[in-house]
Design a protein around this ligand. Structure first.
Ligand code: PAF
Length: 284
């Protein structure tokens, strides 16, 4: 595995790979790699001739009061994990390399960013949009892999590549969970053992909603209530939002119809740590 630090070198390598007729599978990450990322690495490895990952804690997607400074940076362990999972190149640019002095271009993604996570984290998805546009231009992947845990992000990425005609196929892979159900996240590193156990209420509340749907519930507010009531059983959890919406548009219709594909999205604080999770379900 080779570590690449400059845009110029990464672009040269990608161009050579393309010229030789090989395909590139790409996994963009912010590091602090866990099994969720590693399952994406494995998918990229299986699908493409050459597997490339990036590690870049992107400042433009963090709000002023968010955890940019303290976001876990575990480069050595990450490199070892990437080697184990047969990644060919890992692109680790500096902030200066990605956003040099005089940097002035931003993307503004509308509609799908104007609900839930986009409201709670103003500017977040535009930051994701700009860094991914740059990374896609630099790495030129045929395929890119994202985790379902960041569900709204996957919708944003699909919209971005469609609107800007970026020739990359987007794959969304299932959320990887701990045995107790907690979705794997780099931010789990902020949690104590006890908090990690208590945070499993998030997954349990999704399971409860799933059971309610299987019993025939179609009303959105009823589903929101089931999830909210369950989450409130854990005193250390503070709900940021519970959103039940159509899966492709995130529209919150009052009454769902049979066969509607819906998503339940949760953001909640465990102490100071903000966790998100979701479940895709079909109304019966
Ligand atoms: O999901 C993430 O880790 C980040 O939002 C991404 C896609 C790497 C962009 O910085």
């Amino acid at each position: 595995m080779q570590i690449i630090k400059t845009v110029a070198e990464m672009q040269m390598i990608s161009a050579q790979i393309k010229k030789s007729g090989q395909t590139i599978g790409f996994v963009p990450t912010m590091g602090a790699l866990h099994n969720g990322h590693l399952s994406l690495f494995d998918k990229a490895r299986q699908k493409a001739d050459v597997a490339i990952a990036s590690i870049f804690v992107n400042p433009t997607q963090f709000g002023p009061n968010e955890d940019y400074e303290k976001y876990p940076r575990t480069l050595e362990a990450d490199s070892e994990a990437a080697i184990k999972h047969n990644i060919d190149y890992i692109f680790i640019p500096s902030v200066q390399e990605m956003y040099p002095e005089g940097y002035s271009t931003y993307v503004n993604i509308k509609n799908i960013t104007e609900v839930v996570e986009g409201i709670k984290r103003p500017g977040h998805f535009n930051g994701v949009g700009v860094v991914l546009t740059k990374l896609f231009n630099i790495v030129a992947p045929d395929y890119a892999f994202f985790g379902q845990k960041d569900y709204q992000q996957t919708l944003v990425v699909k919209q971005l590549v469609k609107d800007l005609n970026i020739p990359v196929e987007i794959f969304v892979e299932p959320t990887v969970r701990l045995e107790n159900g907690l979705a794997m996240s780099s931010r789990n590193k902020y949690l104590s053992e006890e908090e990690r156990e208590r945070a499993t209420i998030i997954y349990k509340s999704l399971i409860e909603a799933k059971a309610a749907i299987q019993e025939g519930i179609k009303n959105r507010l009823e589903l929101v209530k089931i999830v909210t009531n369950k989450l409130n059983k854990e005193p250390k959890i503070k709900i940021d939002y519970v959103c039940v919406a159509l899966a492709d548009s995130l529209k919150e219709v009052d009454q769902f119809k049979s066969n509607d594909n819906i998503v339940i999205l949760i953001a909640a604080y465990m102490g100071n740590t903000r966790l998100i999770d979701n479940m895709l379900l079909t109304i019966i």
